[in-house]
Write a protein that binds this ligand. Structure first.
Ligand SMILES: O=P(O)(O)OC[C@H]1O[C@H](OP(=O)(O)OP(=O)(O)O)[C@H](O)[C@@H]1O
Length: 214
């Protein structure tokens, strides 16, 4: 991945407030010293396009082959649309719920056994990615690879891997905070606090619903 573009992307995420330090609570009640809100990028078209370009670099570097793109709802939907437009690859939409008057969970045009690239924003322990892949499987769609913007490094990559998918992310949480120290945005102590928290709070797939409710 192009380091200059990656650093520019992290600068942009910091500038628009996608990373917050303080006291936040996960929905399990666990207190966390860091919160990543990547949904914010939908309001910044240039940053959204930059994220999609970085994903394209991963696709090229890892030689990922796919027929369709699907964003994990809802946080990654806008990014999946932008990636679809940049790459000229078709998009499908996976719903979170069926509607009262229809049973379809997947919208768009696709064929049996199409390979679907999953796009995610933040991965905590990967349950949303896994659930999306399982629904696509019900529609005879394969999903072997997921690319996320940020891996919180709390067990998500491993859980996704255990479900048979390859997982790549543009940024790992620890690298992001290390970069912010280098740029003088946070102290070494704050970085250590965050990294120790992440390393000592790894989640198992049985721990549902831990995304921060802030
Ligand atoms: O790796 P996980 O443990 O699944 O957590 C990460 C997921 O949680 C968030 O979505 P959320 O479920 O809050 O829904 P939203 O995107 O619709 O806001 C985020 O956008 C990811 O999709």
């Amino acid at each position: 991945m192009n380091r200059a573009e990656l650093e520019s992307f992290m600068d942009n995420l910091y500038e628009i407030g996608c990373v917050k330090f303080g006291e936040f609570y996960l929905s399990t009640g666990l207190k966390t010293p860091v919160y990543f809100d990547l949904r914010l990028i939908i309001s910044y078209p240039k940053i959204l396009q930059q994220a999609a370009r970085l994903i394209q670099q991963i696709i090229a570097d890892k030689n990922i082959k796919y027929d369709l793109i699907c964003g994990v709802p809802y946080g990654a939907l806008a990014l999946a649309v932008v990636l679809s437009i940049q790459t000229d690859k078709p998009l499908i939409l996976k719903r979170k719920n069926t509607k009262d008057y229809g049973e379809k969970m997947v919208e768009g045009a696709f064929e049996k056994s199409n390979e679907c690239l999953l796009i995610e924003d933040t991965v905590v322990f990967g349950s949303s990615v896994i659930e999306t892949a399982q629904v696509l499987k019900d529609y005879d769609l394969n999903s072997n690879v997921c690319i996320g913007i940020l891996d919180r490094e709390q067990g998500g990559a491993e859980n996704i891997g255990q479900h048979g998918l390859l997982f790549y992310s543009i940024i790992k949480a620890s690298e992001f905070v290390e970069y912010l120290v280098k740029k003088g945005k946070i102290t070494q102590e704050k970085m250590n606090e965050v990294i120790i928290f992440l390393k000592s709070n790894l989640y198992e797939s049985k721990d549902k619903n831990i995304f921060p409710v802030v």
